[in-house]
Each structure stands twice: as C-alpha cells, then as structure tokens.
Design a protein around this ligand. Structure first.
Ligand SMILES: Nc1nc2c(ncn2[C@@H]2O[C@H](COP(=O)(O)OP(=O)(O)OP(=O)(O)O)[C@@H](O)[C@H]2O)c(=O)[nH]1
Length: 375
C-alpha cells in the first residue's frame, strides 16, 4: 500500500489538504457515509419485517435484531455528528461500521429462514458501499471478517436447521459470497492506487505551481525580486501614497563599467559580481526596502516611508559599505562601484514618471564621473 495512513477519510479531491474548508468537507462526507449506512440498515430491517409478514423470516428474535442493529448503526452517526471521533485515527468509523454490518448481516442470516440467500446479497451490497471508503489493508480485514463470520454462521445453520439451510445450496452461496467479496477488495485496491496517483500528481502540480510563481516574481540569477515584481510593488506604493502624506523614494542603481568586468574576467565572474552585489544591497539597505533586479546590471530600490535625504543616505551607506569591503567578489581586488539616481515620488504623480526621473539621475551620475549618487 503506497500511503501510510490506514483510513480513507477525506474525499479524493481533498487529499493532503488540511484547510478548514476541506475539514468541514470531510466532516460532511463522514456524516453522509454514516447516514447511508443507517439508511441501508433500515432498508434491510424493512425487508426482514416484510419477510416476517410473508412468513419466510422468523419472528423470534427479529425485534431484538432490529433494536440492536438500529442502535448499533445510530451510535457511529451520533459520534460522528457530534465530532467526538474527529481526533481518532479513523474519524469516520468506517471499519467498526463495516464489521458491525457483517455481524448484523450474519445474525439476519440466521433469522431469514428460506430467504437467507437474500441476506448474502444484502451483505455483498453493504460491503461494496463501505469498502470504497477505506484503504486496502482495512478492506482486506473487513472482507476476511465477513467471510469468516458467514462461514461460521452458515455451517452452524446447516447443522441446526438442515431443512431450511441445505449444505449444498449454502456452499454454493458461500462460494459466490467469497467471489463477490474478493472482487470488491480487488476493486478497492485499484481505486486506492488511482487515488494515490491523483494525490501524487496533485502534489507535483502544487510544487510546479509554486516554482512557476517563484520564477514569475524572482530573478533567477540573484534571487532578488524581478522587474515584474518590482513594477507591481511600485504601482502598489503609488496607489497607497495617494491616500497618505508619507513620502517614498525610488533609486535606480547601475553598476559601473560592468561590461569591462565581463570582458576582462568572463561572463561567469560578471554573474558572480551581480550575485554578490545583490547580497550586499539586500544586507545594507533597510529591511523595509525592496531591492530588486531591474535587468542586466541595473537594480531598483523601492524605499517606502522614506524622504529624499533619507533615501540618499541609504544609498550612501551602501556605497560606503561596498568601498569598505576588504575583498569584493572573486577575483581578489576587483572594485565594484555603482552610479545611482534617487527620486522622491510626488503625490499624484505617475509612478512611471518617478522611475524615469531616477533613471535620468542615474545617467547624470554616469556622466558626472560614475561612482556617484544623484538626486
Ligand atoms: N555577466 C552578466 N553580464 C550581464 C548580465 N546582464 C547584462 N550583462 C552585461 O552588462 C553589461 C552592461 O554594459 P553597459 O550597458 O555598456 O554598461 P557598463 O559597462 O556597466 O558601463 P556604464 O553603465 O556606463 O558604467 C553588458 O556587457 C551586458 O552583457 C548578466 O546577467 N550577467
């Protein structure tokens, strides 16, 4: 058996899902299953009493059987309905209900007299309903118990009442019952294997979706938020600032002479520099700032609740930290500097305009000699 839990309690679609919605879904499914079991039992009770009325079923013991059976099948329903079973390993009480069904059916078999063949049919039907709700191993236990209890009951009845329970007929009946039960168990195993495959596929899909979401928002090289994420964050900040007086800034950072690093030391070193810078920027900017890769060797820092002087200070701190690094990324002694433009968003201005201003200021920093911050 591929899964390690013995009970098939949750509906197939909820496999592995523990959200409140799926929990209440599971609870409803349990109650529905217990109601179905009770309804089947009541149908059996009606059939037995009809048999008694027709004279084929014994009246002796029929009411005792009726009362015990109805109470027996009502108890799981009440326990499930009141959520007493919720913490149990088998909250739907499927196995106890199945074992009870076999016991009650075997008892009915002893009362059914000349109609006893019908009871074996009812037993097979009851098993086919319940057995799909549990895993393969308890299904086998259930089937084994059912076959055993019927074997004992049939032998006993053939011995004590050989006129109405004839050995040859009942042997054939028993063989058919065994065939049906084994068939149901085989189908249960197949259904459970299919469920397991669906569960695995669902997990694979969830993982793939999480990966896609990650790729959609993160830059693969540096692990920083990508341009798409930054754009959304900038737009959200723009909307937020329409309702508040709190200033915010955006900085555009461009690494200096990056082409030369690539050309001199190779593309792999260029990549390592980008990763290294990403780590430094994340480390030295405020935790509330969003540092992302805008593209190539360009980075954007969104600084919420930050005035222009504070934003410039933040970048100066980053610049100073880079200069103070004893050894920058490999190769040893490589000096990494950047030029940046910082712009404060003007209330009611377009976010794109603020970004463009930061871009122009960054170009101005390049023109003015690089390794500078313009505001
Ligand atoms: N290694 C590496 N290089 C990249 C990546 N993306 C862009 N580049 C390189 O970055 C370089 C940018 O060069 P330029 O736009 O000329 O800028 P620069 O050399 O930094 O010069 P200035 O910006 O004027 O200081 C180009 O050679 C691009 O190929 C990347 O992901 N990895």
């Amino acid at each position: 058996m591929a899964n390690d839990h013995a009970w098939r309690d949750e509906p197939p679609g909820d496999a592995g899902d523990n959200t409140p919605t799926s929990t209440s879904h599971s609870q409803r499914a349990r109650v529905a299953q217990a109601l179905l079991a009770l309804s089947l039992l009541l149908a059996g009770v009606a059939a037995m009493h009809t048999g008694a009325w027709l004279g084929t079923v014994d009246r002796d013991g029929l009411w005792a059987w009726t009362i015990v059976s109805v109470i027996g099948f009502s108890i799981p329903l009440v326990l499930i309905q009141t959520r007493v079973t919720e913490k149990l390993h088998d909250p739907s009480l499927t196995l106890p209900q199945m074992l009870l069904a076999s016991t009650v059916a075997a008892w009915a078999y002893t009362l059914a007299g000349t109609s006893h063949a019908v009871v074996t049919l009812m037993q097979a039907l009851a098993l086919s309903f319940g057995i799909f709700g549990i895993d393969s191993r308890p299904a086998v236990y259930c089937a084994a118990y059912s076959i055993l209890v019927f074997a004992v009951t049939m032998v006993r009845q053939c011995l004590v009442d050989p006129v109405r329970y004839q050995a040859a007929d009942d042997l054939l009946l028993f063989i058919f019952l065994v065939l049906i039960v084994v068939g149901i168990v085989i189908n249960t195993m197949r259904v459970n294997r299919m469920r397991e495959r669906i569960r695995t596929q669902k997990q694979d899909l969830q993982q793939a979706l999480a990966r896609i979401e990650q790729l959609a928002t993160l830059d693969e090289l540096t692990g920083l938020p990508n341009r798409r994420f930054l754009q959304q964050a900038l737009d959200a900040e723009g909307l937020r600032s329409q309702r508040s007086q709190v200033p915010w800034c955006v900085a555009l950072i461009d690494l200096d002479n990056f082409k030369r690093i690539n050309d001199t030391h190779g593309h792999a070193t260029g990549d390592a520099v980008l990763k290294w810078f990403a780590t430094q920027a994340k480390t030295f900017m405020r935790a509330s700032d969003i540092v992302g890769r805008w593209g190539g060797e360009e980075f954007v820092v969104l600084m919420p609740a930050t005035s222009l002087p504070d934003g410039v200070n933040g970048l100066q701190r980053l610049k100073a930290m880079l200069e103070a690094q004893p050894s920058s990324p490999p190769p040893e002694g490589l000096t990494i500097t950047f030029s940046a433009g910082v712009a404060q968003h003007a209330k009611d201005d377009a976010v794109a305009h603020t970004l463009e201003l930061a871009d122009q200021l960054c170009y101005a920093a390049k023109r003015n000699g690089r390794n500078r911050i313009e505001k």
